[in-house]
Ligand binder design. Structure first.
Ligand code: GTP
Length: 387
């Protein structure tokens, strides 16, 4: 009997919050913090509960003279001990050391199957119910078993039952009549086979669900990337930068700190395309993005703003500091010509503007654009700060 699959979480034993009701406190003590491990603990506790509930039923069987008291005591001591031991192993988090079967499904199943076969041998006239118990063991484990494991455990259950039947038929043929045992064994084989097949099907369904979930996750990541990234350069796209600018403007308003924007435009980029081809133009755009990204802080954000236009957002930065960043980018581009075959090197013009609260970001962008225009008009290959 073992745990079902569930969302993951650490197995830390954090204490319940002080204002929790007694139910929450008790379940936090018994089951631990929410998450996958808690589901395992709960499943083991459920197994223990079912086994404990079986004690008074067997007690009644003893009182009715259907079972010897010694057998009943020994059997229940075995059953309660293993179930409680597994609860302790899982509640303490020891099971997390096992990567293959952290729910301890297979060992719990083995102990439970041995218990069911044993019970079959001591229950006398009420032993038929033990066939159901054996099925229940496998059903409990449905969610934690692989196809092969379910088959092997069904086979083990069948073998244990056949062994106990053979023993009882030979030692107590009056209570365990051979013809009845034959029928029981045949039925047990049939049911165990069916349960093993069902367990296999469930496992395959679980695998498919996991695969689908992974594929969905990958698709979601891809969609997010497509929605926020420029496919050519890998930089943020205009939409994503628009959101960042709005966030930064709100932050700057609250804190009263200025930030700067720099609008870059590659010089004579049309000629790059015309002379060297569109692929070379693309390579220049990629190279610019790579160089610029390597020369800004992690807290800065660079986006492809348009065809050969790039926008840099510099939080907590005044224009004078923005100019040093621009100079660093320019220096970085010096190494490029030999690499991409551009005789004059990659040059750009840029316009810098500061956004100071309570000004909105849009006027700052317009001023950066105006400064860029003036830089172009003044002969290109330069950076001007907006007035
Ligand atoms: N290779 C490539 N070229 C692009 C891309 N997007 C825009 N362009 C080209 O960029 C060029 C921009 O040309 P213009 O606006 O005339 O600017 P410019 O030649 O850089 O001139 P100035 O900005 O005045 O220095 C056009 O030829 C566009 O086709 C792209 O993704 N890849």
């Amino acid at each position: 009997m073992s745990a079902a699959a569930a969302p993951s979480s650490p197995a830390a034993c954090s204490p319940p919050p002080p204002d929790a009701g007694w139910r929450e406190r008790l379940s936090a003590r018994l089951l631990g913090p929410p998450g996958r491990q808690r589901v395992r603990v709960a499943q083991t506790l459920l197994s223990f509960g079912v086994i404990a509930a079986y004690v008074p039923i067997q007690g009644a069987a003893v009182l009715l003279g259907l079972m010897p008291v010694a057998d009943m005591l020994l059997f229940n001591a075995y059953n309660l001990s293993w179930a409680f031991a597994f609860y302790l192993l899982i509640r303490s988090g020891w099971n997390l050391r096992l990567s293959r079967d952290p729910a301890l499904t297979v060992p719990q199943c083995v102990f439970a199957l041995v218990g069911s076969a044993w019970a079959y041998g001591i229950c006398g006239p009420t032993r038929g119910a033990m066939l159901v118990a054996m099925m229940l063991v496998l059903v409990f484990s449905f969610f934690g078993l692989r196809v092969g494991q379910a088959r092997w455990l069904a086979l083990l259950g069948f073998g244990l039952l056949a062994g106990v039947m053979a023993y009882k038929v030979s030692t107590d043929p009056l209570a365990y009549e051979p013809r009845v045992e034959m029928i029981h064994l045949t039925l047990a084989g049939l049911f165990l086979f069916a349960v093993a097949v069902l367990a296999g099907r469930l496992t395959r369904m679980r695998q498919r669900l996991t695969e689908q979930r992974t594929a969905l996750q990958e698709a979601l990541t891809r969609i997010q990337e497509l929605a926020t990234r420029d496919p050519l350069t890998g930089l943020l796209n205009r939409r994503a930068m628009g959101e960042l600018l709005a966030q930064e403007a709100a932050r700057a308003q609250r804190l009263g700190t200025p930030f700067s924007v720099v609008l870059f435009d590659l010089d004579h980029f049309k000629q790059v395309n015309d002379r060297l081809g569109h692929a070379a133009g693309d390579e220049v755009l990629r190279s610019f993005a790579q160089v610029a990204m390597g020369r800004v802080r992690k807290t800065d954000a660079l986006a492809r703003w348009g065809g050969e236009e790039f926008l840099l957002l510099l939080p907590d930065t005044v224009p004078a500091c923005a100019l040093t960043v621009v100079a660093r980018v320019r220096e970085g581009l010096v190494a490029l010509p030999s690499h991409i075959g551009l005789p004059g090197g990659v040059r750009f013009s840029a316009g810098v503007a500061a956004c100071v609260a309570p000004e909105d970001v849009q006027p700052a962008l317009e001023r950066a654009d105006e400064a860029l225009y003036q830089a172009k008009a003044a002969g290109r290959d330069r950076c001007l700060v907006a007035a």
